[in-house]
Design a binder for this molecule. Structure first.
Ligand code: AHR
Length: 488
């Protein structure tokens, strides 16, 4: 559905046929409502095609950050406070790699910076692992590319890199072709810092077992899983071009992590196709914790047909794992896409999608001119079905809400930490600082006021405007109709 927009008058014409009645009960928000757990239910795929293979899903400060293979030169990231919200979370470009199709990004924090590892080809050379570093603690970036990690001799092919923190040291595990037998195997390299390998990789696993050699001899997509002092290295085996792509596992048994003898391979796969559920080729996964830290979940890709392979049909699925009595992870079996799952424990109240309409102007809060950059304007416009007027309220558990725009992915923000009556309201990268926290106070007739936690001012239909484009500011709370909004 397109929302044509003419510049200048910034007029919007809507496809009436697409108008969908949002049947949300107009229940005033109880600002004191605590965040509930577990999170909103969902069913897989958690993220649909095309950028949905080889997923890395990280949970940080109550939000999920998602990256996956994109078939383009870019790394794009999604952010959502719930798994249920991932599906519609906007993709934001976080790294322009300057290479060819970007494969299998891995997102991980080391110290107070985030690192994105991904593979691309450049200027006709072999596919190699590159790294980008965040400017701060926000996984959304911005990022600076730190270069290529020199993992194999002669600038050799190396993909699916991820980090392993073990015995106080940092390692990188990855997949490469062995110069000995040319088997695509798992390698490990010591890292002197998150962007530098201090030696070439050594092999710790080759695809030697039958279940590792279906449709192609492959070990790749390694991901470390550590619990109660034990270190497991889980990985994908067999070739992604067939339905028998699956997960295997090594365990570190002590000694030099760079030596194959320090790793023991489990004789059987730990996660594989489930024909009864129409799940084929499950693999290239990551693990993440629930927001309250009590649960471990897996994100993986899979196909819905046995004839699909390594292409754009692979979608991301997530499900909870458990632990066996002997301390090993139990991944269970991949569930069907018709299975409804409860969201991870501790998710903030799933964002409620709402239109926010002013009592005086009868206009709706609007991401003016479809802005997507931090600082984007907030105005009022004739209420419509456009995502620019979808606002997602996420309970922060302290009586306040984050209010995020469905089009920009940015949050309602007290611009420049202002406190004077008339202060500007903008959209800014969501950071959950107090300038982006809004208390929703119910008043009579299903209306509410929205009070900014930092300024203490109310969201206000400025100067009682009634024409599309009317301004929105903050003003001293006075209870008049210009400060009353329906949310729903
Ligand atoms: O999806 C692209 C590549 O295919 C991934 O890097 C690898 O794990 C998979 O086999």
């Amino acid at each position: 559905m397109l929302f044509p927009q003419r510049r200048g008058t910034a007029r919007r014409a809507l496809s009436l046929a697409a108008a969908v009645v949002i049947a949300l009960a107009l229940t005033p928000f109880n600002a004191g409502q605590a965040a509930a757990a577990p999170g909103p239910s969902f069913s897989n795929p958690a993220v649909g095609t095309p950028n949905s293979a080889d997923p890395t899903l990280v949970q940080y400060n109550g939000n999920y950050y998602y990256v996956a293979t994109t078939w383009s030169a870019d790394v794009v990231m999604r952010r959502s406070s719930t798994i249920a919200g991932l599906h519609t979370a906007p993709e934001q470009v976080v790294v322009r790699t300057g290479g060819t199709t970007m494969w299998a990004p891995h997102l991980e924090m080391v110290g107070d910076r985030w690192y994105l590892y991904y593979s691309v080809e450049q200027s006709g050379g072999a596919r190699r692992t590159h790294v980008a570093e965040s400017a701060g603690t926000d996984p959304m970036g911005p990022y600076t590319i730190r270069g290529i990690i020199n993992l194999m001799p002669n600038n050799g092919w190396a993909i699916d890199a991820s980090l392993l923190k073990l015995n106080g040291a940092l390692y990188m595990t990855f997949s490469a072709f062995s110069p000995i037998d040319n088997l695509q195997s798992l390698f490990i390299a010591p890292m002197s810092n998150p962007w530098t390998a201090s030696a070439f990789g050594t092999r710790i696993s080759a695809p030697t077992l039958t279940w590792e050699r279906q449709d192609g001899d492959v070990n790749e997509g390694s991901f470390a899983l550590q619990r109660n002092g034990r270190t497991f290295l889980t990985y994908s085996a067999s070739h992604c071009q067939g339905p028998n792509y699956k997960l295997g596992m090594l365990e570190y048994t002590g000694g030099d992590p760079l030596a194959q003898a320090s790793w023991s391979k489990f004789a059987d796969p730990i996660f594989q196709r489930n024909d009864a559920a129409s799940v084929y080729g499950p693999g290239h996964h990551s693990f993440f914790s629930s927001p309250d830290g009590t649960e471990t979940w897996i994100a993986y890709h899979a196909n819905s047909s046995a004839t699909q392979g390594c292409g754009k049909t692979r979608t991301t699925r997530v499900q909870k794992i458990s632990w066996n009595a002997d301390g090993t992870p139990n991944l269970g079996v991949p569930v069907s896409t018709s299975t409804v799952l409860q969201g991870p424990s501790g998710e903030a109240d799933g964002p409620s999608r709402a239109k926010i309409r002013n009592r005086h102007s009868n206009l709706c809060l609007d991401d003016y001119n479809f802005g997507t950059q931090p600082g984007a304007e907030v105005r009022q416009w004739t209420c419509n079905d456009a995502p620019v007027q979808d606002w997602y309220l996420t309970a922060l558990g302290n009586g306040y809400y984050e209010i995020r725009n469905g089009h920009s992915g940015l949050c309602l923000d007290d611009k420049d930490w202002a406190t004077a009556a008339g202060s500007v309201v903008q959209q800014w990268t969501c950071n959950r600082y107090t300038v982006q926290q809004w208390r929703v106070n119910s008043v009579a007739g299903g209306y509410s006021t929205l009070v900014n936690r930092y300024s203490g001012l109310c969201l206000d239909n400025y100067n009682f405007g009634t024409a599309p484009g009317a301004e929105v500011r903050q003003w001293t709370c006075n209870g008049n109709n210009a400060q009353q909004w329906t949310i729903g």
